[in-house]
Design a protein around this ligand. Sequence first.
Ligand code: UD1
Ligand code: CA
Length: 440
Amino acid sequence: MFKSKTSFKAVILAAGKGTRMKSSKPKVLHEIFSKPLVGWVVDSINEIYPQNNTQSIVVVGHGANDVEKYLKKYENATCVLQKEQLGTGHAVSMATGELKDFCGTVLITCADTPLLKSSTMRSMVEYHLEHNADVTVMSAIFDNPFGYGRIVRSQDGGIEAIVEQKDANDEQKAIKEVNAGVYCLKWESVKNAFGELKNNNSQGEYYLTDIVCWAKEKNKKALSFVIENPDETLGINSRAQLAQATQIMKNEKLNELMETGVTIVDPLSTSISPETQIGADTVIYPNTYINGKNKIGSNCKIGPFSHFRGNVEVGDYSKIGNFVELKNAKIGSHTNVSHLSYVGDATLGSNVNIGAGTIFANYNSITKEKKRSTLNDGVSIGSNTVIVAPVELGENVFVGAGSVITKNVGENSLALCRTPQKEYPDWVEKQKKLLNKGDN
Ligand code: UD1
Ligand code: CA
């Protein structure tokens, strides 16, 4: 839709304290599926127009250093500091330096609404452009609108103002259409507003929402875009809302997987991150936790009680069983890791069998280095084996149970690394005799 990446930018408000989290960590760094809230928001913005490499200008304040440090991994995110939190309008004015001569659409959203979908934001931007609006506000209809800014409409149905809960009269408080806190601005047309907003309200803050009245006064076009699914606008202000958002994200993922042919035996006890792909006819057994980005093939059996920690690939027809933890692993097809194992930083081929209680020792706690091991196709590992990285086992290698493997093994070999078994005949009887002697 945008011909060049210069015509669409985003501003993310992330300076607030998040008092109700009762945390020493900035609110926007609290995590869902191990990804900070602000990360979910930047990722969704990047997905609105994936070819556009959209710049996100993030307004940081509380815990600015930590938030900035996290955002370093996003090349297209720029942080601007709001030293004092004087309101949402003031926050956006901190970004005006970055947007000086910019011509195009600025989407403004908050860092604490991780459920807002890129497709919803894209629809809103398209609505804003089609109607050639100067300001478009995302609104939602809530049965209980308490706490939100209310959308005041004029007789012709257009929007006239947004009135905050604390400034609203009884008639306004009865309005159920609320401001979701997401805006599209035609920047060149409204940028002057940010020098002109006033703070003469009950909170003494510069409200971004006043841009609607400002636009009206200047004969500019202000519209609202009503969101279909109000769940998406859930803002995280407390630990309870963090848990609620996690549940919504997880349930959505489970439903999507079931619709595409994955069996989830017990959705209540299963968690799967939205960033995991799973092929059809794979069965996920209860109490399985799949976190981070993973790709699981079709016709696999996963769980019960499996734990994926991210960056794991599993080929078709493989089995990951109970009490198996996986991280940073590439596993082929028809491979079984059936019980009580840890597979981290490893590549396993196809038709590999990993016996119970096998551990991939990938970490050196002195050098703090992690190393990788590779098991080629057809390898069979006996129970209670330790594979000490970095090693490579050739095709069809057979490792005897209880081995500690520290060197490479050539294909088709048996590797055995344990003290040979000794037998002491009649040892028990001898011990008993010794005991009896002592009694006399
Ligand atoms: C805001 C809207 C309200 C809307 C609601 C939706 C205003 C005045 N009100 O209210 O109409 O219904 O969001 O959730 O905008 N922030 C800063 N700097 C500041 C103040 C806030 O960066 O100086 C950030 C916060 O970190 C947060 C966002 O802006 O991410 C919203 O601020 P918040 O104080 O939560 O606004 P609400 O009172 O919820
Ligand atoms: Ca809020």
